[in-house]
Design a protein around this ligand. Structure first.
Ligand SMILES: [Zn+2]
Ligand SMILES: [Zn+2]
Ligand SMILES: [Zn+2]
Ligand SMILES: [Zn+2]
Ligand SMILES: [Zn+2]
Length: 346
């Protein structure tokens, strides 16, 4: 899990590594850890590295950081997740934290873009929303779980559960910052941004409202189409409830963003998209990319039903797949995630 070299955006460009060990690994070698960047720092032979792999990251540029005062208007802040799927040419956007900002409820969005570090202030209260925690938070919410802000009792850093650990509550946590384990009293998923809304003194946002805004779209009429599940914001001061449905971007053949709205139901190339399968597909895509496994559409050999991998428990790719319709066990030679919408993936 730690070969990801993923570190909080706020730790990029922090200066020289401080490499120490506090505990030994199972093989008896010191567990060298960079305390500056919060990353493992053992060489393959067990000696300490001179620099950890995160020391090569440049600091986040000014352009990818923003300071916002929540009293200045209406804001919503999300962790960026990849689209469930893209068809055709979809431009990639930098940034891991997406924000919407309007000076008043009914004005046009004045900021609608992504950053890597968003510093939020409301009166005396402040929160730093950096990309690694924001993206992990989004994954946890997509997995229908609720993160809480645990602090490592050994080093005092806020604990970020990533990837698989961001989808399933667990008791034993491996601290990103110091490399040691700690236990929580009951199973939990930790994210420093859990409870940020309340710490800023904001009321819980109104529950998201299912939109009734149908879209019937033919992908060949566009240069590119991207579709996301809706996901609740980490911090929001929006006066109206968030839209629940599918968020669709479509670019014209000239490259203009022609569609940018949340719809429900969405018919794509003649097929109505199942919103829960889109949510599951997004979670699977995030986990599959880090694990380098495919997501496949597979019909049950007994009844022909297109199988969905389990969406509860550890969301791991497997070789045995119980059919959701008839219960028959289907086997695959390699570990796969199954999703009926996978044939739309590119
Ligand atoms: Zn380092
Ligand atoms: Zn954890
Ligand atoms: Zn720690
Ligand atoms: Zn949009
Ligand atoms: Zn079946």
């Amino acid at each position: 899990m730690h070969c990801e070299h993923n570190i909080p955006e706020t730790k990029k460009g922090l200066g020289p590594c401080v490499i120490r060990w506090e505990v030994k690994k199972r093989n008896g070698m010191p567990n060298w850890w960079c305390r500056t960047h919060g990353l493992e720092a053992s060489a393959p032979d067990g000696a300490a590295l001179d620099r950890c792999s995160a020391s090569w990251f440049e600091a986040v540029s000014e352009d990818m950081q923003i300071d916002i005062d929540l009293d200045d208007g209406e804001f919503a802040v999300w962790g960026v997740v990849p689209p469930a799927f893209c068809i055709g040419e979809v431009p990639t956007e930098d940034g891991k934290v997406h924000i919407h900002y309007r000076t008043e409820a009914n004005s046009k969005k004045e900021i609608d873009r992504s950053f890597d570090i968003v510093r939020v202030r409301r009166g005396e209260a402040t929160e730093v929303v950096e990309g690694m925690a924001a993206q992990a938070h989004a994954l946890t919410v997509l997995a229908n779980e609720n993160p809480s802000p645990l602090v490592c009792p050994r080093c005092g850093e806020g604990h970020i559960d990533e990837l698989l650990f961001a989808t399933r509550p667990h008791v034993k946590h491996l601290c990103n910052a110091c490399g040691r384990n700690f236990r929580d009293r009951s199973p939990s998923i930790s994210n420093p941004l859990g409870g940020a809304q309340a710490r800023l003194g904001l009321p819980q946002p109104q529950p998201a409202q299912q939109v009734s805004r149908p879209l019937n779209i033919t992908s060949s009429e566009y240069r590119g189409v991207a579709i996301w599940p809706s996901n609740s914001a980490i911090i929001s001061t929006m006066s109206r409830p968030e839209d629940k449905g599918l968020h669709v971007h479509a670019w014209s053949h000239e490259g203009e963003l022609a569609i940018d709205e949340t719809y429900s139901p969405v018919v794509l190339d003649g097929e109505t998209l199942d919103e829960d399968l889109i949510r599951v597909l997004t979670v699977q895509r995030i986990l599959a990319t880090s694990d380098n496994v495919p997501i496949i559409a597979l019909a049950c050999t007994s009844c022909g039903h297109s199988i969905v991998s389990p969406t509860q428990g550890w969301l791991k790719p497997t070789t045995r797949h119980a059919c959701n319709a008839c219960g028959a066990e289907n086997r695959t030679r390699r570990r796969w995630f199954l999703n009926p919408l996978a044939d739309k993936l590119q």
